[in-house]
Design a protein around this ligand. Structure first.
Ligand code: ZN
Length: 151
């Protein structure tokens, strides 16, 4: 994908998100527009509410952390972002819509996508006939070795 195609795709993600939010009756405030644009303008990535808050601050825009939490929750409720609950108090949001799993470097609080085909799911328990498989989330949790940090 070249630069132009990439920026068109990012723009598409932004417009799609705004369209879906509009259809749900959520009021699209200028703050929500700024946040949605910020979230999607950098392509596939993972970010926490706090990281988004810092990006907003860097832009010298005044948006509260509560509004950021709210917007992230709305976007993930409507399937526009994937929420990865890394621990009880922390979620990281993923903008990549392709099916994939996650590798989580716990001590660096960093997430990396793992392509689906890298994980063998042939041994998952059988699903009773009256139920259907909806989704599989996998978070592989790793830690850096104390004296050998990953860059
Ligand atoms: Zn991801």
């Amino acid at each position: 994908m070249n630069r132009r195609e990439k920026s068109l795709k990012i723009n598409e993600s932004y417009h799609k998100a705004i369209n879906i939010l509009e259809k749900t009756g959520i009021r699209i405030t200028s703050q929500r527009k700024i946040l949605t644009k910020l979230i999607f303008q950098k392509g596939n990535r993972h970010l926490s509410a706090e990281e988004l808050f810092h990006e907003v601050k860097d832009m010298k825009v005044n948006i509260s952390l509560a509004t950021i939490y709210n917007t992230l929750r709305n976007l993930s409720n409507y399937g526009l972002l994937r929420e990865i609950v890394v621990d009880q108090n922390k979620s990281i949001y993923c903008t990549n819509h392709m099916p994939h799993y996650h590798l989580y470097i716990e001590d660096e609080e960093k997430i990396i996508d793992i392509p689906n085909q890298k994980i063998d799911l042939s041994n998952i328990p059988e699903i009773p006939a009256c139920l259907s498989l909806h989704d599989i989330d996998i978070i592989v949790r790793i830690r850096t070795l104390k004296d050998k940090k990953i860059n």
